[in-house]
Structures are given as structure tokens and as C-alpha cells.
Ligand binder design. Structure first.
Ligand code: FES
Ligand SMILES: [Fe+2]
Length: 468
């Protein structure tokens, strides 16, 4: 007797193009809705049928089915703990050897000479401090007496206790006092009092905590992480004035447990959209493949697009991406649809294995004030629930948390540039990697020059002190 398997094996295999088209057919909006909502039901139904004696042969057999987004399954995987074959513990480990060997070539902790969003303005009240981690630096934010936001290294210069455990305003309004022995700093990091050492403490005016430049624009507190004197965010980051100058902004942020470099690849990669998101509601009318071309956008940006941009079968697709150093995706007016304005996605490294994703987009800029208020509010609610991960696994809009996030988590805490096999479709990914590498190498070279100058000066001072 011939088995079903033998029957399948003797069939003529379809030619490659036919197989290809069968795997990634165009999917209309209705079938995407059916695919997303019906997926769980189908799995349950087939599982139950498979347990019925005599029926398991009918449902449990090899079958070719078109590629789907499976965002429900992806979402569940993203939420599941590590430590199983499906989600190995090793993915959660930071590959320190690889990082140590490549740290001068790859910016695992991001690029330093840039402004980064640190907190929403409303998250920093008077007389309080907030700790943040940016690019591996622990920073404490608080407000000076005039209300301006200030940023110091979150470490007391006396004996290294966290300043964020201290008190703002204990000595004077707008100063921060370390709780351990009362060393107190103003917003510039100058020691203005040392409570455990008396009013005549010699530390006053001499000891300094490291401070960072801070600006506040459009309800966001920005911190400059570099060594050099910065120009304002508005003058240095492309599109800053137009994005932050919009009449209403939607601002959300979310921490993600893998490197900003995993996100860098994703942000500049158009080719995954027609594959990973192919039955997802937001981008499902994507052309499944195509040639990618790249062009520069000034010295710090690139625009990647499909050369066959007009050939998507529906509106919900992404046919280009505009990206800038340090790791920012820019959406021009009209890109995001629904009347939304210009937008930014900022990917801000926290440490080598995690980053904060910031969404900063203009609310509805069209129509009358009522429509603008309603649609902007709706967009805030939708993005807020996405960014706070409150959406359940049955959500219809899990393109991000049921797609990009699990894929990047599955690459490991830090994706491996040393073993990755980039292919033809990765033209824009390779270009973006090269841009951050070149900027990083320049920063490393400058730091080494500075460090060697400093150690030469220290040696000279030491020699003079010995002679005197
Ligand atoms: S450790 Fe901060 S005052 Fe002593
Ligand atoms: Fe994606």
C-alpha cells in the first residue's frame, strides 16, 4: 500500500517561481483580518481534531501553506521566559568576549557626540530626582531653582553613593544632597556644601560631580553625551526644528531587552516587511521582494527605497525609510498617514544589551480642531498601549510586539555582526552599519588622542612634583 508521503514524493515539484508565488501570495486586507483573528481558532480547532481517533491522519499531514505573520505566536514567544528549547537561555546572555574584541569598531554603547531623549518633561518635577541610564552612563536628573533640568553623573564624588538616593532642595532649592554624608551639588556639579563636614568644609567649591549638557524641547528632556561642546539639538539634529515644532506631539517610550544595534538593522531594513509583516494589518500590502537602492541624506543620513516603489498592491506598505545618526528613523509629513505629522523613532542605548525606543510624532495636522483633537488622542491611546506592552496576544495590531520585537530578541541580546551573512537585500543595513562604525571609530580615535594627551600631562606634573 502506498502511503500519503510516497504520493507526495512522486509528484513533479512545481517550478521555483510557482513555488515562490504560492508561498507569498498577495493578501488583501480582509484576508489579513481573517488570518490574524482566525489563527488562534484554527490552531485550537486543528489541535482538537488531531486528538479524535481516525481523524489525526486527515489533519496531521504535510501541507504547504503560505507564509503568515503569526503575530500572536510571536507575541507569546516575546512574553515567555527564557530557558526552553524554543527560547534558549543563551539568547539572554551578553556575549562579552565578542564585545571586548570589537568595542573599538562597533558602537555597542552608541555614539557619544549626540543629544538623546532622556525623560518626558512631566516625569521630572521640582524637588525630585530621576535616575536614567544612557549609553551605559548612570545619570541623575533634577531641576534647578529656576526650573531648568540638570543632569549629573549618578555617583557622589565623595564615596560613590548614588546621588539619586539623595534629596533635592535639602540645602537650597535646586541643589542635590547625597544622603550618605550630605555632600551637596548645584546643577553644574559644583560642591556647594558638605553637611557632615561643617559650613567651612574645604570641599566646597573644590569637589565636582560630572555634569552633562541638558536642553528641554517640546516636553522632552535631552541630554548631550559627548565630550565636545555641543550645538543645540535644534541646530545639530536633522529635522529637529520641524519635528519638535509641530502643534501637538505624541511622545511614548519603551525599554527593550536587546541591543540598539539589533534595532539599527531593523530600522534600515525594508526587506523584512514583505516577509515578517506580510499578513499583519499595518503593513500587509507590501510587495514581497524588490531591489533596494540607497542615497545619502546629508553627512549623517541615508534614504533606502524599493526601486519598484509604485508596485505595492495596496496602501499599507513601507517603500522607503529615512534614517540618521545616531540611530533615528525620520518620517516626513504624510509618511505616517491618518493626518499625522512628521515623526521620529529614536533608539537610545541604555547599556550593551538594552535600549529605549522613543516615538515622537506630530499629532493630526489636518482638518478642524475637533478632528485634530480626536484623532491625535486616539493615536496617543493606541501608541501608548503598544509602547506599554499592555496589548494582549489577540490584538489586531501586533505588528511591532508580535513581529519586530520577538525577531530581534531571538537574535540575542547583541546581534553578531561577525557571523551575520548579509545578502543582496541588506544594502541599506550594510550602509547604516558602516555609517555608525565610521562615526564610532572617529570618536574612539579622538578619545585616544585626548587620553594620551592627558596621561602625558599627568606624567609631567608628577615629575615636577617629585623635583620640588
Ligand atoms: S558618599 Fe556622598 S557624601 Fe559621602
Ligand atoms: Fe518591522
Amino acid at each position: 500500500m502506498r502511503t500519503q508521503h510516497q504520493d507526495t514524493a512522486t509528484e513533479q515539484p512545481p517550478p521555483q517561481t510557482e513555488l515562490f508565488e504560492r508561498s507569498v501570495p498577495q493578501v488583501g486586507l480582509l484576508s489579513r483580518i481573517r488570518s490574524t483573528t482566525g489563527q488562534q481558532a484554527r490552531e485550537l480547532w486543528l489541535g482538537a481534531l488531531g486528538r479524535v481517533p481516525g481523524l489525526s491522519n486527515v489533519v496531521n499531514r504535510p501541507e504547504a501553506r503560505p507564509l503568515r505573520s503569526s503575530s500572536v505566536r510571536m507575541f507569546r514567544w516575546g512574553q515567555a521566559p527564557y530557558g526552553t528549547a524554543e527560547k534558549p537561555e543563551s539568547l539572554a546572555e551578553i556575549p562579552w568576549d565578542y564585545i571586548k574584541a570589537n568595542e573599538d569598531d562597533i558602537p555597542f554603547l552608541g555614539l557619544r557626540e549626540y543629544w538623546y531623549p532622556a525623560l518626558k518633561s512631566g516625569q521630572l518635577r521640582h524637588n525630585e530626582s530621576r535616575p536614567v541610564t544612557l549609553l551605559g552612563d548612570n545619570i541623575v536628573l533634577f531641576r534647578a531653582a529656576d526650573g531648568t533640568a540638570r543632569a549629573l553623573e549618578n555617583r557622589c564624588p565623595h564615596r560613590s553613593a548614588l546621588l539619586s538616593l539623595g534629596q533635592v532642595g535639602a540645602y537650597e532649592a535646586g541643589t542635590i544632597t547625597c544622603r550618605y554624608h550630605g555632600m551637596t551639588f548645584d546643577g553644574e556639579g559644583s560642591c556647594v556644601a558638605y553637611l557632615a563636614d561643617g559650613p567651612d568644609s574645604p570641599a566646597i567649591g573644590k569637589v565636582r560631580a560630572r555634569s552633562y549638557p541638558v536642553e528641554e524641547h517640546a516636553g522632552i528632556i535631552w541630554v548631550y553625551m559627548g565630550h565636545n561642546q555641543p550645538s543645540s539639538l535644534l541646530d545639530s539634529q536633522p529635522h529637529a526644528r520641524s519635528v519638535l515644532g509641530q502643534r501637538s506631539l505624541i511622545v511614548q517610550h519603551m525599554e527593550l531587552p536587546f541591543s540598539h544595534l539589533n534595532m539599527l538593522d531593523n530600522a534600515t531594513d525594508l526587506t523584512h516587511v514583505g516577509c515578517l509583516h506580510r499578513t499583519c494589518l499595518l503593513f500587509g500590502s507590501q510587495r514581497p521582494f524588490g531591489e533596494i537602492e540607497c542615497e545619502e541624506r546629508g553627512p549623517t543620513g541615508l534614504r533606502a527605497s524599493y526601486t519598484q516603489a509604485g508596485e505595492h498592491p495596496g496602501k499599507l506598505h513601507i517603500d522607503h525609510v529615512e534614517w540618521y545618526l545616531p540611530n533615528v528613523v525620520y518620517h516626513a509629513p504624510g509618511d505616517l498617514g491618518a493626518g499625522l505629522g512628521e515623526g521620529w523613532f529614536w533608539f537610545v542605548p541604555r547599556d550593551v544589551g538594552s535600549f529605549t525606543a522613543w516615538l515622537i510624532i506630530g499629532g493630526d495636522q489636518s482638518g478642524g480642531p475637533v478632528r485634530r483633537a480626536v484623532t491625535t488622542r486616539l493615536a496617543r491611546i493606541l501608541t501608548g498601549s503598544l509602547f506599554s506592552r499592555r496589548l494582549g496576544p489577540t490584538t489586531l495590531v501586533s505588528c511591532l510586539l508580535g513581529g519586530d520585537v520577538p525577531m530581534q530578541a531571538s537574535q540575542g541580546r547583541v546581534a553578531r555582526w561577525d557571523t551575520d551573512r548579509l545578502a543582496r537585500g541588506d544594502r541599506s543595513v550594510a550602509r547604516a552599519r558602516r555609517m555608525v562604525q565610521e562615526a564610532h571609530r572617529a570618536e574612539v580615535a579622538e578619545r585616544k588622542r585626548r587620553d594620551s594627551g592627558r596621561s602625558a600631562r599627568t606624567t609631567k606634573r608628577g615629575a615636577r612634583a617629585e623635583q620640588s
